[in-house]
Each structure stands twice: as structure tokens, then as C-alpha cells.
Design a protein around this ligand. Structure first.
Ligand SMILES: O=C(CO)[C@H](O)[C@H](O)COP(=O)(O)O
Length: 230
């Protein structure tokens, strides 16, 4: 049986939104998987679900507003109850590489403020070792060459992300360096090293963050939980 990523994304999204409850403040991730979740939430809100959203990108904000989902500014909230977001890769320990869409800064802040963090994914995102997908690293433009040199010391190779022939610029006005470290056997240690490099605003290793990953596979879903790892 062939995988159908679009269908798997939709199934995971449909499953995730069943977790939402009246009164919650909900973090809305970014990307093509979350697109489906926001659509589903729009329908639930039309049918009476009372939640308020906090977006991780302009795209998710605009989609949510167009669907009539009430939205809050992150600086007007002191808590986020639950966040649903996508991922570029996840491993058996529910460690993630995120930021393929370049929204990693807001995604990490929203995740850090969230009591519960749910990741949704199609089956292609599950890997034995992180690292086939290059680690997105958001860098203040002044520090780009310095950071690339520092990545070399970590046995990494970083290329500045381009889009349509231009340097990709994040919503914060920064650049993304996509870091190739080969298979990442110790994501927690690499994450710590990256945290220590001046000029890096945020990186796409989301370690010990996801509470669960809902993965669409063929015509069903499988849920992996952090609780089950302990
Ligand atoms: O981190 C992200 C954006 O910054 C996305 O969650 C990630 O890139 C997955 O995207 P998609 O659902 O389109 O595969």
C-alpha cells in the first residue's frame, strides 16, 4: 500500500483537534500539515467550539482569521493550553527537527509557553536518526559567517537558505542557515552546543518538547506519547 502524505496529514490533523476543549488558548503551528488542522479548527469554531488561537506565523494567522477563529497576540497571554504543530522529522524519543518553513522562532516560543504540545505528521517524518533534514538555524545577518565557522567546529556544514534566487528572510528579519551534521545521534548535546553560539537566535532542534506525535499512516493514525517513553 502506497503512502499518501496529504491524506496522512489530514488524518493526523483531524485526530489532533479532538483534543481541544472550550476555553482553551491554542497555539497554531505553521506548515502544510497544520494547514489542515487550522481548517478543522475553523469548522469546530463555526459549530460552537470556544477557543482562542495564538499563531506562529503570518500565514497561520491569516488563515485562522479568514476562518473566523478568534486570535490573540502572544504578548497578551500568560499561558497557552495546547499547541498543535507540524515537524520535519521526529525520532523514537520524540525529538524533532522543525523550521522547514522558517517559522521556528515563533514556533519555539509558542511551544515553550504551552502546557501541552502535540505534533502532527505524515509517516514520512518518522526517522531512525534525525539529520537527513538539515537543521534550520535562524541567524542574525551580521553573524552569518561567524556562525558558519562555528558550525564547522561541530562537524557541521551550513548553507544560507535561498528562496526564489534571494536570501530567505524570516519574519524577524533574519537569515536561516540549514545545518548538515550528518546523522544526529545525540540531539540534546548538539542542541546545547548550538544554544551557546552567539548570533544564533534559535535552532530547529526541539528536544524534549513534544508531549505526543500523532502520525497519519495509510488510512489511520498512530499516537506516540512521551509518557510511554518513560
Ligand atoms: O517547522 C515548521 C515550519 O517552520 C513545520 O512544522 C515543518 O516544516 C513541517 O512542515 P509541513 O507540515 O509543511 O511538512
Amino acid at each position: 500500500m502506497h503512502n499518501n502524505p496529504e491524506k496522512e496529514k489530514q488524518l493526523a490533523a483531524k485526530e489532533a483537534v479532538t483534543l481541544l476543549k472550550d476555553g482553551q488558548i491554542v497555539g497554531l503551528g505553521t506548515g502544510s500539515t497544520i494547514f489542515f488542522a487550522i481548517e478543522e479548527i475553523g469548522t469546530l469554531v463555526k459549530n460552537g467550539l470556544q477557543i482562542k488561537g495564538v499563531a506562529t506565523s503570518d500565514a497561520s494567522y491569516q488563515q485562522a482569521i479568514a476562518l473566523g477563529i478568534p486570535m490573540l497576540n502572544i504578548n497578551d497571554v500568560t499561558r497557552i493550553d495546547i499547541t498543535i504543530d507540524g515537524t520535519d522529522e521526529f525520532d523514537d524519543n520524540l525529538q524533532l527537527i522543525k523550521g522547514g518553513g522558517g517559522a521556528l522562532f515563533k514556533e519555539k516560543i509558542v511551544a515553550s509557553m504551552s502546557r501541552e504540545k502535540i505534533i502532527i505528521a505524515d509517516a514520512s517524518k518518522k526517522v531512525n536518526a534525525l539529520g537527513k533534514f538539515k537543521v534550520p538555524i535562524e541567524v542574525v545577518p551580521f553573524a552569518v559567517n561567524y556562525v558558519r565557522q562555528q558550525l564547522k567546529k561541530l562537524n557541521g556544514n551550513g548553507e544560507v537558505r535561498m528562496k526564489d534566487g534571494q536570501t530567505f528572510v524570516t519574519e524577524q528579519g533574519n537569515y536561516i542557515i540549514d545545518g548538515d551534521f550528518g546523522p544526529i545521534n545525540e540531539p540534546i548535546i548538539l542542541s546545547r552546543h548550538l544554544n551557546e553560539i552567539e548570533g544564533i537566535l534559535v535552532h530547529g532542534l526541539f528536544v524534549n518538547m513534544a508531549d505526543s506525535v500523532i502520525m497519519g499512516v495509510h488510512d489511520t493514525t498512530v499516537t506516540f506519547t512521551r509518557e510511554a517513553l518513560a
